[in-house]
Write a protein that binds this ligand. Sequence first.
Ligand SMILES: [Zn+2]
Length: 149
Amino acid sequence: MDPNQKLVNSAIEQLRGRWPGAQDSVAAAAVALEDGQILTSVSFDNFNAAATLCAEAGAVAAAYSLGKRVVASACVTNGTEEGTYQVLAPCGICQERLAVWGPDVLAAVPVTAGKSTWEMLPLRALNPYYWATSFTADAQWPSVAEHGE
Ligand SMILES: [Zn+2]
């Protein structure tokens, strides 16, 4: 199976496992690590909206805790018709989280909003004017080490 399809399937499995039959606005994500491992997590909702977390946050934090490089990410939510899903592009904050591992991290993005068609694009395509390049000596994306400094 295509590794990117496997990644999206892992996010769907996480979504369906955590909230079977749900049709409200919940999401799940999966990240692929450099060694092929896939980590998943779900959106964290809270009555206080300031305490919520995107679906990617848990998996990204787990990867970082393991000291492993994320190479791809996918986030899904339920589709408009029962049993369907749609891919969500990473929000700006999640793009920042994924940027720790550089501009070549792949992210699943919808081809047509609201549909289950998607493609993988590198972060550099999602964010061609990445702000942090203004603060590196070579005007390139900061390295993992520079992100942690
Ligand atoms: Zn996000």
